[in-house]
Write a protein that binds this ligand. Sequence first.
Ligand code: ADP
Length: 627
Amino acid sequence: MAKKQFKTEVRQLLDLVINSLYSNKEIFLRELVANAADAIDKAKFESLTDSSKVRDWQIKIIPDKEAKTLKIIDNGIGMSEAEVIENIGTIAKSGTKAFMQQLEEAKAVNSPELIGQFGVGFYSAFMVADKVIIETKKADENEPAVRWESNGTGSYDISTCDKTSIGTEITVYLKESEELFLESWKISDIIRKYSDFIAYPIIVPKVTVNEDKSETISEEIINSQKAIWLRKPSEITDDEYKSFFGHLSHSQGNYAKAIHINAEGTNEFKSLLFIPETMPFNMFMPDFQKDGLQLYVKRVFITDKCKDLIPDYLRFIKGVVDSSDLPLNVSREILQDNAIIGRIQKAVTSKILAELKKMQENEPEKYQKFFKEFGKVLKEGIHMDYLNQEKVKALAMYETMNTEAGKMISLTDYVNAMPENQEDIYFITGDSREHIIANPALEYFRNKGFDVVFMTDPIDEWIIQSMMQFDKKLLKNVAKGEIILKDEEREAEEKLLKEAADKYKDLTEFLQKTLDDKVKEVRFSSRLVESPCCLVGDEHSISPQMERIFRAMKEEIPVSKRIMELNPKHPLIEGLNKLLQANKDDENLRDYAEVLLDQALLAEGTPVRDTLKFSKNIAKLMVNAIK
Ligand code: ADP
């Protein structure tokens, strides 16, 4: 017998499980039964090509009130010694560390369901047990049966044993306070709640008391084993949906919508999909692995992670697809680049997008909630799914200048509300509404009664490159390029700008010279109403928002020079010009130029370059003003 230490992260995890996760302990049984079912899935899959491996697939749960143990027995694939060490002694899954950190930080101690999300379900047994023994045997005659034992603190013992039947037997030694789990009714309750649709019989002993008070023990199957995705939606209860969703997502969470697909014709498949209500918190972690959907062929389980069944931007969807077209002996490798899978993906994608559209139209509040959770991910589709690009664009929601903070509208809503004289869709990017709302570049549009879409997700910067137009209208960044006015205004404005350019020629030259290292061009514009000046990019420059993102990622990017636009009607411009005309060498002029630039940066939410210098300049100018 060998004594082995758990890897550090397993120890930490166990510590958390044992000491912190205390609500809803019953899910330990769901996790162990799910593992047993997975093990049978794998064995059954093997038996498709080797009929000698066909067994009478089943899971048994046996409580023993005297020994205070609960056994979960399957006749599935079993584990070799190396596999036990690999699967149970270490947590190979990425993200586990991050998970534990999160748990600790958030003190999310009431969330045992999180355990399942990280594929560490087995350890949940230690919520209720002070010792767990695994005995397991593979079908391979060269692999001796293995016994693993641990009390969930630092180490485990591993040795061979004399188990002869193929499969795995888990013995849970219940803590004194958890003896409720020895009651047959309790076990049945839990199984019906979480594991009813498991495709194999789950059997518990049934004790009948005879007339002469003697007891007869028989076996009872407690799960209905009905594949929920094959049933009529009208006959499925909310609880059944919920429990199946819990099974798929390894969580207690709720789903926002259940979607059935019954595809007939050239491509026959049935599917049950769920839009979850909340995002798994690891979705944006760098090592997040998309699960894909579960794939069955004619009710036979093939894999629980068929990534190609769903495009990346819908990776938050959980569900199963049951195909009638794929061959039963399809190997998991063949699934990649398979044309049938490709066609199913297409159909699944269309259906989900259509359901989301329905939700957007008929249940706007629910949709807002959905979009706040998953919008970031969904929007990737605009970039990635050329075929459905227009549909995904219409599903995207944004705050705008005219919406209340936190309320979003779609681009369709935006277009419908456009005044007649507005031709394009205007947007601005930035990292928050608060930053954007004060941007002087909005003044012209506010004044005209044109709404402006606020794109505040970091991902919007990338997405926008694929968003040239929506509904045949161009999308224009209000903080980039020159404003193109409609004909009737153009003449008057052009005249005004030309006059200003002539009149203030010395001033623009002075500003250009003084700020040359930061400003590419100084010009007059019709963009501004109240502010003296603002900074804009040219059509192709990267935005300050994007620059900040790159910097945050520690990317080296060249400092991009911006265009300084002046408001020809602002008194400050007139005043500055006067000062310049009176004395070209006035020592304050330089400071004014610097402050002008810095306040334009502040107005758009970009930090000033040198705060100390900025405040010194301001103080100096104030002193001059009140002297
Ligand atoms: P998950 O089931 O999410 O992978 P677990 O911690 O519950 O995570 O289990 C870890 C691994 O141990 C499983 O992936 C599986 O390979 C193996 N395992 C657990 N229970 C069994 C079982 N009853 N039969 C065979 N293998 C098992």
